[in-house]
Design a protein around this ligand. Structure first.
Ligand code: 8OZ
Length: 362
């Protein structure tokens, strides 16, 4: 039986941008920026150019400062060389008819002293070490013990987001995705396992939302609301994080983001690559609470994507791993033909192998 999948290939107006189809290339960390400068290079240009048939590309998570970095060879957007590198990426994607948002990232406690300015401790809402490892020059090592941010330091990080947002404009991006998911800094403020503060940034839900909303409002001083989205993962356990009552945090957050008129919320449903429905969460309710578009992510296939769009549970579907292995994913989904097999060994770091050499259909 052939399913009518046409909805997946139908156009969609996101904010004030016309997307040519309902697929989104999810943000994917690949650790292939230029060693030493963390600037995008010609290989990265080719990788994104190959994938420009997505309705929207969201770039790999991109640090707003050196302090915001947690893994080696991830790109930044805080130096002129990085802006120049990204400009080549956006030019290539636009020339190929695509649209591209940059995902702005601060890892908070998910980092290592060897990646931090002057070997300092990583920063976090509270001085609680994450149980986990990161990828540094010498291989995998334990995440470092973070130091709790002062209020002054929090304000300074908000300033780093503004500078990064301005750089993103110079680099020619179509918009910004705020990375507030997967256990990184913004989520560390949102969730109570990682936020034990007793000042205005911790304790009550209102206080735990404060940092996310300050970052959002700061970015909205640089970009129009139609060009700003946010990625969230209410129940994700990735990076040793949890909240005792996620609905109590995420419904008020979405109400506030909706009032600001953001273009979209991008939901990691469940824990990326692990589970979609454990624990359960009312994503449909969240979608109804929000005025803008809803991008669904995590383990969608052609069939489940079409099903979610047909049932009006999502406006757009973000595919991650399938876009790693299939530069022409959209065409393969359209023709309903087999996908290339992803090679996990080449996901993080390395060269063109497993990056730009996955074959397209002929
Ligand atoms: C996998 C490896 C490193 C980083 C995320 C930025 O989960 C990431 C990431 C994923 O959002």
């Amino acid at each position: 039986m052939t399913q009518d999948a046409s909805i997946l290939f139908s156009p969609f107006r996101l904010g004030d941008i016309d997307l040519k189809n309902r697929t989104v290339m999810a943000p994917l960390t690949r650790n292939r920026a230029t060693h030493g400068t963390d600037a995008p290079n010609e290989l990265n240009v080719e990788y994104y150019r190959q994938r420009a048939s997505a309705g929207l590309i969201v770039t790999e998570a991109t640090q707003i400062s050196q302090q915001g970095q947690g893994y080696i060879w991830t790109p930044g957007i805080y130096t002129p060389a990085q802006v120049e590198g990204w400009k080549k990426v956006t030019d290539a994607v636009h020339a190929a008819g695509g649209k591209i948002f940059i995902q702005l990232w601060h890892v908070g406690r998910i980092s290592h002293v060897s990646l931090q300015p002057h070997g300092a401790a990583p920063v976090a809402p509270s001085a609680i070490r994450a149980d986990g490892k990161t990828f540094i020059a010498s291989g995998f090592d334990d995440l470092s013990e973070p130091q709790a941010l002062t209020v002054e330091e929090i304000k300074s990080i908000v300033g780093d987001y503004v500078a990064a947002a301005e750089n993103a404009k110079k680099a020619g991006f179509d918009g910004i995705e705020i990375h507030a998911a997967n256990g990184y800094l913004i989520e560390q403020f949102l969730k109570d396992k990682t936020n034990h503060r007793t000042d205005e940034y911790g304790g009550s839900v209102e206080n735990r939302l404060r940092f996310a909303l300050e970052v959002t409002d700061a970015i909205l001083t640089v970009w129009p609301r139609e060009r700003v989205g946010i990625r969230l993962s209410p129940v994700s356990a990735f990076n040793d994080i949890s909240d005792s009552d996620p609905a109590k945090v995420y419904f008020p957050l979405i109400e506030k983001l909706s009032a600001r008129g953001l273009a979209y919320i991008h939901l990691v449903e469940g824990t990326a690559g692990v589970t979609r429905d454990d624990p359960p969460f009312d994503y449909v309710g969240l979608r109804k609470t929000f005025s803008g578009a809803y991008i669904a992510n995590n383990g969608y296939t052609r069939d489940t994507a079409v099903e979610a769009l047909d049932a009006n549970r999502a406006d757009l579907i973000a595919f991650g791993v399938p876009f790693i292995a299939n530069p022409d994913l959209v065409e393969r989904l359209r023709r309903n033909v087999p996908l290339n097999t992803p090679d996990k060994a080449t996901f993080y770091g390395g060269d063109a192998h497993g990056y730009t050499d996955y074959p397209a259909l002929t």
